[in-house]
Design a protein around this ligand. Structure first.
Ligand code: FES
Length: 269
């Protein structure tokens, strides 16, 4: 058990990191540092403890109730001890019908824990997740938010057993796998210094499928220029000139939707 003297939140290096986060924000706006600060306390304790709440409140000069209100709102802030490996199984519609429900049930039975629970050994936390924004690779599973695509129950069991054996299986794409505490420090805004931690590379074939079909059938958005600069907030939109309503025969028949061309280049009527 951690003694008071050895409590991770009393580590001077952690306090220094917290002050570094706070210093990133302009004078008078330091309370905005709360989100990365909560990740920082998770990097020390594995979840947001009452001590972590008090730590953030003290350094930011806000109440513990204000900190708790934020910590309980976002699902990435954990309120119970979390394992090194947070296994999230997408059970939303696309993944659920593609096998996500079966994956979750299989893990639940194997690990003996349910949603938002951690194994007695403390190594794995299981949760079911809403859409993980990777429906094109359904069903997906993430470990500490890194993706394992097109999974099934058997593949997920192999993944979990590898984690239990101390291995770190390479995710399907993106960065290399790290522990929940290591990840939390990254989310607090501190760069990772180990080799090979940055994910890179082009989008995968399922993600680009729609683009391929658009190219194949000559579908484009009229007037769209991908190099159009993004205007600043200060730029006011040009005022519309007053004009008389157009006659019905002049109006567009189908709005400003995409134009479909046949593959030979002639526009469809
Ligand atoms: S439904 Fe699973 S990633 Fe979207």
């Amino acid at each position: 058990m951690t003694s008071v003297q050895n409590h991770p939140l009393l580590d001077p290096a952690l306090r220094e990191s917290a002050l570094e986060i706070i210093a990133r924000y302009p004078e008078g706006k330091q309370r905005s540092a709360l989100l990365p600060m909560l990740h920082l306390v998770q990097s020390a304790e594995g979840y947001v403890t009452p001590h972590g709440v008090a730590f953030c409140a003290e350094l930011l000069g806000i109440t513990k109730a204000e900190v708790s209100a934020v910590a309980t709102f976002y699902t990435m802030y954990k309120r119970r001890p979390t394992g090194d490996w947070l296994v999230s199984v997408c059970t939303n519609t696309m993944c659920g019908v593609s096998g996500g429900d079966k994956i979750f049930d299989t893990l639940k039975e194997y690990l003996g824990v349910g949603h938002n629970q951690t194994t007695p050994e403390g190594d794995i936390t299981l949760e079911h997740a809403e859409c993980l924004a990777a429906c094109d690779y359904a069903p997906v599973v993430t470990v500490n938010y890194e993706f394992y695509d097109e999974m099934d129950a058997d593949k997920t069991m192999s993944l979990v057993k590898a984690l239990q054996n101390g291995e770190r299986p390479q995710p399907s794409r993106g960065a290399r796998l790290c522990t929940f505490k290591e990840l939390s420090r990254q989310l607090a805004g501190f760069s990772e210094e180990r080799d090979g931690v940055m994910g890179d590379g082009p989008a995968g074939a399922p993600t680009l499928a729609g683009n391929r079909v658009a190219e194949q059938y000559g579908i484009s958005v009229p007037g769209f220029d991908p190099d159009t600069p993004i205007g600043s907030r200060e730029q006011k939109p040009a005022e519309k000139p007053a004009s008389a309503p157009k006659a019905a025969s002049d109006s567009k028949p189908a709005g400003d939707g995409p134009v479909v061309q046949d593959p030979k280049g002639a526009k469809n009527a």
